[in-house]
Write a protein that binds this ligand. Structure first.
Ligand SMILES: Cc1cc2nc3c(=O)[nH]c(=O)nc-3n(C[C@H](O)[C@H](O)[C@H](O)COP(=O)(O)O)c2cc1C
Ligand SMILES: C=C(O[C@@H]1CC(C(=O)O)=C[C@@H](OP(=O)(O)O)[C@H]1O)C(=O)O
Length: 332
């Protein structure tokens, strides 16, 4: 399934080394002002090549509006945005084709799609597609005045100091993972559609769609298992439901309780590591030693914060529309 959301619905498409990647939205109100400049900040935050530990592949990442925009305002029809792929080096992948990279989607994609999958740059499984999620976040955030969504790195390679975490990986000539935390303020109470579309379920569903995310916890998260109930419970101290502590992470019974929504995701170490590994060779039908050549993120977590904010904005916008707290026509 390449679509997500019920009312604010996004459909993602494209491959890392195809002509472009893109996204189509349904449920964007008509009349919403939109132009290229709106996308610059978040897209720059996600870009590789700018900071140490990120892929040297550089793309313009300029949004191209294909449908749904007229005179710099949304029309209410499906909104389609493309991002071109220009800086591809597919030869790296042709050479490695016989050996599926452990930890990447090469083997499972080959099994599922019978070898017809576009394997160049990880194809449809590439982190490249997260530029489209960031675009979705820019559109969704426009629909959420008064709500702030902020994600940041809390750990790299088990170190609170990002530089130390990165240096460990550089010294080991290997890749490294990390933890990214997200805080959402200004969310009204009452969002979430139990049983199955609870706030936690939808945020988790969307978060696990980001390649390389392997875990998530809300509020006190896994630490809750070590606490007494009386410590974990968040005492309510106002009529609006404000709580003194926030071990619940702003969600109880799958419904937002008006406090900050707080969650953390685990980003695994990049599978395409320069370190020598072993994998099955489809041509020779043996296990072989090899090391991944090409351009890769040493630490994917460095690039995840704007992507995590984006999927959160998509979920909140969808839930707000379902709760009819968002207009169908944008008049301000
Ligand atoms: C922003 C971003 C950048 C990524 N960059 C790389 C990369 O350079 N090399 C790589 O092997 N994986 C990279 N990944 C992760 C792979 O796409 C991912 O591990 C792969 O598709 C398998 O999916 P899974 O890890 O969710 O199981 C990146 C992911 C994201 C979100
Ligand atoms: C292109 C991006 O990241 C890519 C994500 C990625 C992967 O396997 O996920 C592998 C690399 O692709 P390539 O070998 O084509 O350089 C990264 O550069 C991007 O995030 O825009």
């Amino acid at each position: 399934m390449n679509s997500f959301g019920q009312s604010f619905r996004s459909t993602i498409f494209g491959e890392s080394h195809g002509p472009s990647v893109g996204i189509t939205f349904d449920g964007v109100p008509a009349g919403l002002p939109i132009n290229e400049d709106d996308f610059v900040i978040d897209i720059e935050r996600r870009k590789g090549g700018l900071q140490k530990g990120t892929t040297p592949r550089k793309e313009d990442d300029k949004p191209i509006f294909i449908t749904g925009v007229f005179n710099n305002k949304t029309t209410g029809a499906p909104l389609t945005i493309l991002f071109e792929n220009k800086n591809t080096r597919s030869g790296d992948y042709e050479k490695q084709r016989a050996i599926p990279r452990p930890g990447h989607a090469d083997f499972v994609a080959h099994e599922k799609y019978g070898g017809f999958e576009d394997f160049r740059g990880g194809g449809h499984f590439s982190g490249r597609l997260t530029v489209c999620l960031v675009a979705a976040g820019v559109v969704a955030k426009k629909l959420l005045p008064g709500i702030t969504i902020t994600a940041y790195i809390t750990e790299v390679g088990g170190e609170k100091d990002v530089e130390n975490g990165l240096q460990k990986a550089i010294d080991a000539k290997d890749s490294v993972g990390g933890i990214v935390e997200c805080h959402v303020t200004g969310v009204p109470s009452g969002l979430g559609e139990p049983f199955f579309n609870s706030v936690e379920s939808l945020i988790s569903h969307a978060a696990f769609s980001i390649p390389a995310i392997k875990g998530i916890e809300f509020g006190a998260g896994f630490k809750a298992a070590t606490m007494f109930g009386s410590d974990h419970n968040d005492a309510i101290d106002t009529a609006s439901g404000h709580t003194v502590t926030n071990h619940a992470g702003g969600v109880v019974g799958g419904i937002s309780n008006g406090n900050d929504i707080i969650f953390r995701v685990v980003v695994k170490p990049t599978s395409s590591t320069p370190k020598e590994q072993e994998s099955w060779n489809w041509d020779t039908q043996t296990v072989e030693k090899f090391s991944v050549k090409g351009r890769h993120d040493l630490c994917i977590a460095l690039r995840v914060p704007p992507v995590l904010e984006a999927i959160t904005a998509m979920v909140i916008a969808d839930l707000m529309q379902l709760a009819q707290k968002l207009p169908r026509i944008y008049n301000s």
